[in-house]
Design a protein around this ligand. Structure first.
Ligand SMILES: Nc1ncnc2c1ncn2[C@@H]1O[C@H](COP(=O)(O)OP(=O)(O)OP(=O)(O)O)[C@@H](O)[C@H]1O
Ligand SMILES: [Mg+2]
Length: 319
């Protein structure tokens, strides 16, 4: 049930189309996100899962204003995105990237990387900034002496802690975490996930947690959005999605999830059959070509999300 008093973020009919321009060819439209609707409550974690290319990072980029949206409305604490000043926006919503190495400036010391959001967005004095950076480093489990080191001196897990510290400096209320542990060794992943859970409790954070690792999503999320080729195919509580999935795609994802660490290091979710091109989506349900339960009608029109067994699911055949 939606409780508006708890909502911190809401997304209504969001679309994102990329123009693909090639020399001497007409511009192609790539629908990366189509008609996305969801909300995020205070202090909860919404997990987002789906195969590579289904639009997870595009959603993260649109939510953090790194990419403009094409259509639709996003509200942060009831205020339209376009009406929020850049300063207010960054102090409410921040992003943690998959590859901490690429997202950290290699020529800056940890102290400066973590201090930058404060220096850019606030008038905090140099001394206070330093104190705040040190306090945040401690919170994310980085020792003081790391402050003057450069990112390449850090291990993968430490770099991700650095990225998390930087994201928290403006005391945001929402963190968008795009595959935050996928680049890390399995043995380090649990430490960073536990840190995220501790920080969520301490700073009363809401998370949008993007991952293709279903076990990780199950561990972290209260509710889950399953995406397929830019659309939401199922949206419900963790238990609904994991214990009683209704969409054939969700079922197949769960069945085909890698179970062992060895399989996991291979990372990709494998679902049989070819993923249609996002540049040339089928007229009907985009999962129809791969769906074991498909009926002729599935080719004709796109199933809309409907409430079935208490969650939303976009499938004519799910009951
Ligand atoms: N800047 C861009 N220009 C054109 N197309 C893009 C751009 N960024 C993403 N796309 C396309 O949008 C679709 C969604 O990509 P996106 O990166 O959001 O997927 P993803 O779910 O994050 O995948 P992965 O699991 O591999 O990270 C893909 O078809 C991708 O090729
Ligand atoms: Mg991605």
């Amino acid at each position: 049930m939606r409780d508006l008093s708890k909502e911190i973020l809401s997304v209504d009919a969001l679309h994102k189309t990329y123009d693909i321009k090639k020399l001497f060819r007409p511009t192609l439209k790539l629908k990366a996100l189509s008609d996305i609707n969801f909300h995020l409550d205070k202090k909860e974690t919404l997990g987002i899962v789906g195969e590579s290319g289904c639009g997870k990072s595009t959603l993260a980029k649109v939510l953090t204003k790194l990419e403009p949206r094409t259509l639709g409305e996003i509200n942060l604490q009831g205020i339209k995105y376009d009406e929020i000043s850049s300063h207010d926006f960054h102090s409410k919503i921040q992003m943690v990237f998959q590859d901490p190495y690429q997202s950290l400036n290699p020529r800056k010391k940890a102290l400066d990387i973590i201090a930058d959001p404060l220096r850019i967005n606030t008038n905090t004095s140099a001394n206070e900034t330093r104190d705040l950076v040190m306090a945040m480093m401690k919170k994310v489990g980085l020792r003081e002496e790391f402050a003057l080191r450069y990112p390449h001196h850090f291990s993968g897990g430490q770099r991700q802690r650095l990225g998390i510290a930087r994201a928290l400096m403006l005391r945001p209320e929402i963190l968008i975490l795009d595959e935050p542990v996928s680049a890390l060794d399995v043995s380090i992943q649990a430490q960073v996930l536990n840190l995220l859970l501790e920080l969520q409790e301490e700073f009363k954070l809401s998370y949008i947690f993007i991952s293709h690792d279903l076990e990780v999503v199950q561990h972290m999320s209260d509710r889950i959005l399953v995406m397929y080729l830019g659309r939401v195919v199922e949206y419900g509580s963790r238990d609904q999605i994991f214990n009683n999935p209704l969409h054939p795609y969700t079922k197949i994802l769960l069945e085909s999830a890698p179970k062992t660490h060895r399989e996991k290091s291979n990372q990709a979710i494998t679902v049989k059959g070819e993923l249609p091109s996002a540049l040339n989506l089928p007229k009907g349900c985009a999962f129809e070509p791969r769906c074991p339960f498909a009926k002729p009608g599935c080719k004709e029109s796109i199933p809309l999300l409907e409430i079935k067994q208490g969650r939303e699911v976009a499938c004519f055949e799910a009951h």
